[in-house]
Write a protein that binds this ligand. Structure first.
Ligand code: PEP
Ligand code: MG
Length: 541
């Protein structure tokens, strides 16, 4: 049923910006049909293929013009690949063999990708090339893939969830995003937070909204209102800065040179999480030691002043790294990912540590290294011994599994620091797949069980003389960052767009106040009550 004017639709807010706009409902595109033998003549299939390629190609022109600069060059290069004569010949040969145009282009692109694998410039573009193949196949099947979002106006997109390819098509007119599914750590949430787009995720009642309706996206209030009155938006707490420095250091999360440069423009105190695997998501060949030294050195030099915490490769599960050739698994998030790769790929992890040591010396920066997905004290010790045998950096681990969270105190003498990955810790604590868009509510960082775990991790680390930080998305919520400081966490690392907000929040009160707030929050038994208590207690200081 369509929500009536004034109706309130509850969800999980992302960021602090609210917006009023007109709903545009985005229907998810249908899956591509399976590859089949043709039922038409070869001439008809060839003509269909030609026109579908022309269609996608002209769409690339439009995207190139819109994007401008370096992105335009990327679209030009893709267009050349798509219009390549040899590609068309290979596809034509498949049509000659009786395949449909869609199957022919799909097979031809697969073969080309295989053939060109190993060329570093091409390797970076394999996923895009495959995406083009899918777009041509969709065009042939009459499936709409472009989102066709207006360039002007104030648009609030409403959909089940949005993929990276979808979010890349958001225009400047998109002021708000509402997803029926998708949690606070979904791709949509991360993109909206970094672009300051008002967003509410995990909002099933938004299914009743219709295109053209005027809504207020109110992330601070964790809700959407069927209203055009912006003054109804819940006000974010105005943190009044009273201290020159935040209670605990605020670092930045990065995954590329571009991120490092952008973080440098903020007040971030160093980098609290450099996700190295993001450099290799489309790499088909292993980067050499020299290539790694060069890219790490450049990133270390560009990063904001302060220590730089580098995570060794966290491939697997939602982050496939092609050159590691990891086998498909039934339950990838419970499988061989993160540090568990040491069994099959020890030389790559050792190579990363060696390259980081050379980059540390070349850049003159303070480097800390940590391993992801550690589950036991033996693993923590093995990683620490390995890292210390290779370089002069502080050594730590990520705390992402309940098993290691329970024994932090026993890591005394083994580690210099721990960094809590609340995205994964929530996933494993609540047995709720972070990729499953229906389980967003369990991944809400205000869940009391997560907060209790964080309290115990902080006190365990303190007792063991190990410094503790949080680098999951939860730390990007300014009010939650205050609670973390009150629980005894000693640093946070946040999305670069949130550095200022978190910095201000942590500079607005005393440690004694933060402890009181955390104590009150620990008494609550629901996520909603925990958040409400934190906001009320903060407002009362
Ligand atoms: C986490 O799990 O919280 C984390 C920071 O790691 P990632 O999101 O890269 O898995
Ligand atoms: Mg993680």
């Amino acid at each position: 049923m369509a929500p009536v004017p004034g109706a309130i639709l509850n969800g999980l807010g992302v960021g602090l910006v609210s917006a009023v706009g007109d709903v545009l409902v985005i229907k998810q595109s249908q899956p591509l049909p399976e590859w089949k033998k043709s039922t038409k003549t070869k001439e008809e299939e060839l003509a269909d293929l030609k026109s579908a390629i022309e269609f996608v190609s002209s769409h690339l022109d439009e995207l190139g013009i819109k994007a401008g600069g370096t992105s335009a060059e990327i679209f030009d290069a893709l267009k050349m690949l798509l219009e390549d004569d040899e590609l068309f010949e290979v596809a034509s040969a498949h049509i000659e063999d009786g395949w449909s145009a869609a199957a022919a282009i799909g097979k031809a692109v697969d073969e080309f990708s295989e053939l060109l694998g190993g060329d570093p410039t091409f390797d970076e573009r394999v996923a895009d090339f495959q995406d083009l193949s899918k777009r041509v196949q969709a065009r042939l099947a009459g499936i709409e893939t472009a989102l066709s979002i207006p360039e002007k106006g104030r648009i609030v997109l409403v959909g089940e969830d949005f993929s990276p390819a979808d979010t890349a098509q958001f225009t400047d007119a998109v002021v708000g995003v509402i997803t029926l599914k998708g949690g606070p750590t979904s791709h949509t949430a991360i993109i909206c937070r970094s672009k300051s787009i008002a967003a509410v995720v995990s909002c099933p009642d938004a299914a009743g909204l219709e295109t053209g309706e005027r809504v207020l996206v109110d992330p601070v209030g964790d809700r959407v209102l069927v209203s055009d009155d912006e003054s109804l938006a819940t006000k974010a707490i105005a943190f009044v800065v009273i201290n020159a420095e935040p209670l605990i250091p605020v670092r930045a999360n990065i995954g590329s040179l571009e991120d490092a440069k952008a973080a440098h423009e903020t007040r971030a105190n160093g980098v609290g999480l450099f996700r190295t695997e993001l450099l290799y998501l489309s790499a088909k060949t292993e980067p050499s030691l020299e290539q790694q030294v060069a890219s790490y050195t450049e990133i270390l030099k560009a990063s904001p002043e302060g220590p730089i915490v580098v995570r060794t490769i966290d491939a697997g599960s939602d982050k496939p790294v092609p050159f590691l050739n990891m086998p498909e698994e039934e339950n990838p998030s419970l499988g061989v990912r993160g540090y568990r790769l040491i069994a099959e790929h020890r030389s790559f992890i050792e190579g990363q540590l060696k390259a980081l040591e050379q980059a540390r010396l070349a850049s003159g920066r303070e480097v800390w290294v940590m391993a992801p997905m550690i589950a036991t004290a033996e693993e923590a010790k093995a990683f620490a011994d390995l890292a210390r045998s290779i370089g002069s950096y502080k050594v730590g681990i990520m705390v992402e599994t309940p098993s290691i969270a329970l024994i932090v105190e026993q890591l005394k003498g083994v580690l210099d620091f721990i960094s809590v990955g609340t995205n994964d810790l929530s996933q494993y604590l609540f047995a709720a797949d972070r990729m499953n868009p229906s389980l967003g509510a369990l991944l809400n960082h205000w869940q009391p069980a997560l907060i209790k775990s964080l309290a115990s991790i902080a006190s365990g680390a303190k007792a063991a003389g190990i410094s503790s930080g949080v680098c999951g998305e939860s730390a990007s919520d300014p009010a939650f960052a205050v609670v973390l400081a009150g629980l005894g966490i000693e640093s946070v690392s946040v999305s670069r767009s949130q550095v200022t907000a978190v910095h201000n929040a942590l500079s607005s009160l005393s440690l004694a106040d933060a402890k009181q707030i955390a104590k009150a929050v620990l008494n609550e038994t629901t996520a909603e009550a925990a958040k409400a208590t934190a906001l009320r207690e903060i407002a009362n200081r």
